[in-house]
Design a protein around this ligand. Structure first.
Ligand code: HEM
Length: 479
């Protein structure tokens, strides 16, 4: 089947196509995808043929079988470049393969156990300043907690404030990326780069090297003057200085056993270690990918409990049956807590959209995809398919009972993506979700103060920050 024959998603405008709705009404866009896309549809975006796929079989074809053909798209790479550079999230090809192999052992089950105590300690610490009856912005609180977990586990940053400065700078860069990815300037920039790469490939040999170099320089976005550009530059300078300082300290012999130290020690098959620049890109990638996603998921999980008091009671009883603060060994005693977190990830996937780009011509579900075509995946839309999730808007953690899980396609639930590029931190995030949620419920009773709705920014954030009244159940004291 050809592009023109593929059903088109509605809501595109005459001149702008889907560009405006992608920038201005992303929740409306997600609802449209949910209603309209069955297997493969197409969008109208000038200069960029874009497909949307939304069926487990087709997702398997794209993300697993097609992993070598469908790489991270240049829009994603470009928007995140100032922050993540050529880190694991944004790199492609041989560099990505090498880095994934080097970093995978850092996230193996045995390693994760060592982080559990830090996860709970950060949660208790985060709650220790709450007063009984106080109103908090839960999204802010969970961000604070996961940021400090990331700070502690990644680079042994002891204080909340150290992690805070980095976290704030990352938020500035993420917001910049979210605002600038779907823009005409970005698309024009990428088209210009692609043309230069084409000329370098096909043009006279003499011109190839300088034109190739010019194309290479265009891989970073233009940061325009003005307030947001100024804030982005300041944030990146802060991050670079901070991370380089930590790398220098480790190289000078500081004895730590955090992820940064392990990254610096990691060696490829050829015995080569990572450059400082590569370590910087990986540290920021992990910090960025690792904290906001889990923070929003946690906030939505508490929200779902507040709206479903019967489940809240059951999960509270499960948590209260523990002997003390939750530990790694308690994970198997918290099966409902785990199901609640999974169901929250279904209803509110922190990454509601992600993209791939074809390196060469291919077919998906019988549709011809050309080189450089973009394919969009929406966990949000997938998780609301009534054929996979009956009564999809209903919060029902029992959908994740093992016997029900085993009957469903593995590709029906994609909060962490799938295939070769599946989230490297998925197991870390699941443990963090279960432990932090248990610790939060242990210390406080949450009362929801509004009907919170999601908005798509860098992640699926709660629009009003999720105001909650907290009723303290037992003191959260910091040892
Ligand atoms: C609930 C929490 C999380 C969610 C929902 C989430 C979601 C995702 C998704 C959807 C992807 C794949 C995107 C794609 O295929 O284009 C991804 C990749 C990634 N995530 Fe996560 N993530 C979470 C937590 C974490 C944590 C805790 C870390 C690190 C500590 C992390 C690090 C990464 C990295 C490095 C990648 C890129 C992997 C690669 O391409 O090889 N994430 N994540």
């Amino acid at each position: 089947m050809l592009f023109a024959d593929v059903p088109k998603v509605g809501g595109g405008e005459r001149v702008l196509g889907h560009m405006r709705v992608l920038r201005a009404d992303r929740m409306g866009f997600l609802s449209r995808l949910t209603r309209e896309v069955d297997r493969v549809s197409r969008l109208e975006i000038r200069g960029r043929r874009t497909f949307v796929v939304n069926h487990p079989e087709v997702l398997h074809e794209l993300l697993v079988e097609g992993a070598r053909t469908f790489e991270k798209s240049d829009v994603t790479r470009f928007a995140l470049y100032p922050l993540a550079g050529e880190g694991l999230f944004t790199s492609n090809g041989d560099l990505w393969r090498r880095q994934r192999k080097l970093m995978a052992p850092l996230f193996h089950a045995g390693q994760l156990e060592t982080y559990a105590a830090d996860m709970v300690a950060a949660t208790v610490r985060g709650q220790s300043t709450w007063k009984d009856g106080q109103t908090v912005s839960l999204a802010k609180e969970t961000t604070h907690i996961t940021m400090s977990i990331a700070g502690k586990t990644l680079f042994d940053a002891d204080t909340f404030s150290e992690a805070d400065a980095i976290g704030d700078a990352i938020t500035v860069a993420l917001d910049w990326a979210a605002a600038n990815a779907p823009s005409f300037l970005a698309l024009g920039h990428l088209l210009a780069r692609r043309s230069l790469q084409g000329i370098a490939r096909r043009g006279p040999l003499r011109a190839a090297a300088p034109i190739g170099k010019l194309a290479d320089r265009l891989r970073a976005p233009l940061v325009l003057p003005g307030e947001s550009g100024k804030r982005l530059r300041a944030a990146i300078t802060l991050l670079d200085t901070h991370v380089q300082g930590m790398i220098d300290a480790r190289r000078a012999g500081a004895q730590k056993d955090d992820l940064l130290a392990r990254l610096l020690r990691a060696q490829g098959d050829d015995g080569a270690k990572m450059s400082d620049r590569q370590v910087r890109d990986e540290v920021l990638t992990l910090f960025l990918a690792g904290h906001e996603t889990t923070a929003t998921a946690l906030a939505w999980a508490v929200h779902c409990l507040c709206k479903n008091p019967a489940v809240y009671e059951q999960v509270q009883a499960e948590v209260d049956a523990l002997a003390g603060e939750p530990t790694f060994a308690d994970l198997s005693r918290l099966p409902l807590t785990l199901r609640v977190f999974k169901e929250a990830l279904r209803l509110y996937p922190p990454v509601p959209l992600f993209t791939r780009q074809a390196r060469e011509e291919a077919t998906i579900d019988g549709v011809t995809v050309r080189r450089n075509d973009v394919v969009l995946v929406s966990p949000w839309a997938l998780h609301r398919r009534a054929d996979l999730w009956p009564d999809p808007e209903r919060f029902d953690p029992d959908r994740f009972l093992p016997e029900r899980e085993s009957k469903r396609s593995r590709y029906a639930w994609l909060p962490f993506g799938a295939g070769a590029r599946v989230c490297i931190g998925a197991a870390f995030a699941m443990i963090e979700g279960q432990l932090v949620l248990a610790s939060l419920l242990r210390h406080a009773r949450f009362e929801s103060l509004n009907d919170e709705v999601p908005e798509v920014s860098a992640t699926l954030r709660p629009r009003s920050g999720m105001p909650m009244r907290v009723h303290l159940r037992r003191p959260a004291s910091v040892s």
